[in-house]
Design a protein around this ligand. Sequence first.
Ligand code: NAD
Length: 504
Amino acid sequence: MDLREKPDADSGLTARSFTVTCPFDDSEVGQLSRSTPQEIRAAFAAAGQAQRHWAEVPVERRIEVIRRFAALVDNHQDELLDLAQRETGKARISAAEELADIGLWTHYLAREGGAALRTRQRQGGFPLLTSTYERRVPVGVVGVITPWNYPLTLPMTDSLPALLAGNGVVLKPDEQTSHTALRLVKLLREADLPQNLMSVVLGSGEEAGGAVVDHADYVMFTGSSATGKVVAQRCAQRLVGFSGELGGKNPMLVLEDADVSHAATAAVNSCFANTGQLCMSIERIYVHSSRWDEFTSTLLKRVRSLRLAPGLTWKADVGSLVGQAQLSRVSERVDEAVATGAEVLAGGRARPDIGPYFYEPTLLTNVSEGMRVHREETFGPVVSLYRVDSEEEAIDAANDTDYGLLASVWSRQRGDEVAQQLRAGSVNINDGHTAAWASMDAPMGGFGQSGIGRRHGHEGITKYTESQTIARQRLAPVARIPGMSQKQWARMMMRGVRALRSIR
Ligand code: NAD
């Protein structure tokens, strides 16, 4: 299936057309057409056909495609940064972090892909008689569904390991970031990915997303916890694998012996990178009362110096929100918190003078139970600061959430003890959100409502496979010898088990 970059160029707008606009100024990025159910079915059929050949291609050759793709991304940096910024309104530095991430992940896949997917000898059931091995079989065609917030890295983080493992992929990006997804897949084609092995289908979550879930042999979903549950249920009905990277309400703990200056630097980055529209964003900070004044004043100073600006330049620290829905969500929650007793230390207002969807980096205190900013994911540049009197209080408060994606602990001495008591898939000690994510060899994912399954590490590759066990038996099959009574056979089995126990 061909990528349809300008399907309606001649015919003008149709019922299936949609327009992507740039959040910086509502200018048009481009028009595209939503895939029909027939096109989505055809994309899966074509990917399935191509996949049967691809599964026979040695892993080393699949890795070569990934290496070439990584080099092409390097060579097209400016173009990709422009595109991601125009579709999301993010600051250029946030888009650049995405490219760095693609670089790290492709490097890891190239280095570790062979080891993750190799056939492994396993202990045979009967010493000398059974020889057993496990091989990794691609699942078929993986449906990858991604949100708009990291349009460069998320589609590739999930699609590349699926391809590496010998699968086809049908990618359904968020409509807002369709052009970026199309461009990336075009680069994969330039890197010699076989025609049809991977396609992009476009459209709304319910229609195009639903169709992807209905055809895929495995679904890799990134998005909100609410949608993740709908998708998981649909996968369960077909009994196909599902992996969900979902929302978060991530805490930072600044303990008594923290390096406050570093903690404040990390907080600025982890609260406001990508304008806070990051699943790993810190939205709650628990500060030991002995360090409260020092931490809040340092943080406040740094937040006040952040530059908000539109445009394809390096001049902004914080970019725009992605659109009106996000702006309304953030403004309403902050206004509601303030109306019920929260105090604004910084920010707390939209900045239409800079761009239609800009919102100031916001620090809140006096946030309490019942306010949505306290418990629900805001997914914007808003963080609540809480004063705590002990390490135990900080841990209990941090764990008092349905989510469990990430946490950050600041302590010179107590980092590991505290980290191990936190219910989160990734915990950074003396870093905000990046150290664990950048540790590509370690799995990343969520506890609780933050998801099921993991990306990164060998697990982030092998989840796109079925394991197949092949056991060869020598001399005679494992069955009662003709003429032997059932009782004798039962005794013989138990003697065999005892003998095994004495060996192992
Ligand atoms: P969303 O769940 O609304 O949409 C995500 C994707 O799912 C989009 O492509 C959308 O079109 C599609 N979709 C929507 N309804 C669907 C359905 N019924 N069936 C199939 N697909 C459907 O999420 P969003 O609001 O766009 O993204 C923000 C959320 O994503 C936040 O909660 C954030 O924390 C989360 N997120 C998580 C991670 C992670 O790695 N854990 C990364 C990025 C974003």
